[in-house]
Design a protein around this ligand. Structure first.
Ligand code: AHR
Length: 311
């Protein structure tokens, strides 16, 4: 993602356009790149919206700075996916005082006053964690190995981020209902392939040989797959690998039988964001939560779906 500060001349000639400031998380994953592109493309299709997009490169401090910069420029609305859940009260209060609505996209915040944000557009991360766990429980119960004890390694996304906190919560919630499942290691990464690989290497060095790896996103799962293969193990066969996102890279890994399943997390939020921005500008009431409907994909369904996959 490149920085796209609005040009002075454009601002003058497009005086009546709705100026939308978007503070992007970074480029940590395949999912994020598709999400950023979806917002850019959707804005390009809107003649009434001028998009100003800047990239926080994974730093909360930078994301706050970008939001402050948008407030100073008096944009009409600010959309952002908060890198972590907490630490937003002050800057969101500044936006509220300036009369600028905040659209939380993809990730939620934890603030004392929920009137500091106007709407949330994205996925139910707790449910995503539950979906991965439900699939695992059902699969284990239907296998001939049913009844065995299952050792799981969890590879978490960015510390303090909503998807890492909530996917973990949903996953554990379902597993806690069944005594055969044990999370024997839970390591914290940052949603990148590199962190998935490094964490998996670390776990294997410690002597743990898991039956299952649950990675909080596809990129981390791909990194784990690399590490497992380098250790002479067979991900997808000897070791079940589960992830979240269901981006194209996950489909390729499922078709290659190295990834067992991926829970869908739809990054194509651009059109919904633009609709919300236009509705707000028109003075319409918009829903507090706009949640995307999603499913799961497995090795069995991956081939069929891959050809029609949009991301
Ligand atoms: O917030 C969504 C998560 O962030 C995606 O699952 C992950 O791939 C991304 O980096």
């Amino acid at each position: 993602v490149t920085e796209e500060p609005a040009k002075e001349s454009e601002e003058l000639t497009n005086a009546k356009k709705i100026v939308l400031g978007v503070a992007v998380v970074g480029n940590e994953s395949s999912w994020r790149n598709v999400n950023t592109e979806s917002i850019r493309e959707a804005a390009e299709g809107e003649k009434d919206i001028e998009l100003v997009m800047q990239n926080a490169q994974g730093s909360q401090e930078k994301q706050i700075q970008i939001i402050r910069n948008f407030i100073a420029r008096k944009v009409d609305a600010i959309a952002f996916s908060p890198i972590v859940e907490t630490g937003w009260d002050e800057v969101l209060k500044e936006a509220k005082d300036a009369g600028i609505p905040i659209l939380l996209t993809d990730r939620k915040v934890k603030v004392e006053d929920d009137s500091l944000w106007t709407t949330f557009i994205g996925s139910d991360f707790i449910e995503e964690g539950r979906r991965a766990a439900r699939w695992l429980v059902e699969r284990e119960q239907s296998e001939s190995s049913g009844g065995r004890q299952v050792n799981i390694v969890e590879l978490q996304g960015t510390k303090g981020s909503a998807p890492a906190i909530e996917r973990k919560k949903g996953f554990e919630e379902v597993l806690s209902e069944n005594e055969a499942f044990h999370i024997v290691a839970s390591e914290i990464g940052d949603f990148t392939l590199e962190s998935g690989q490094q964490l998996m290497e670390k776990v294997l060095r410690s002597g743990i040989k898991p039956d299952v790896v649950f990675a909080h996103n596809d990129d981390m799962a791909l990194g784990a797959i690399k590490a497992l293969e380098q250790a002479g193990l067979k991900p997808g066969t000897d070791i079940q690998v589960l992830s979240v996102d269901a981006t194209r890279v996950a489909f390729q890994a499922m078709i290659a039988q190295k990834l067992n399943m991926s829970v869908e997390c739809n990054p194509l939020l651009g059109p919904q964001i633009m609709k919300a921005v236009k509705d707000l500008a028109a003075g319409k009431e918009i829903p507090l939560n706009i949640i995307t409907a999603e499913g799961i994909f497995t090795q069995e369904t991956a081939k069929r779906e891959f050809s029609i996959r949009k991301y």
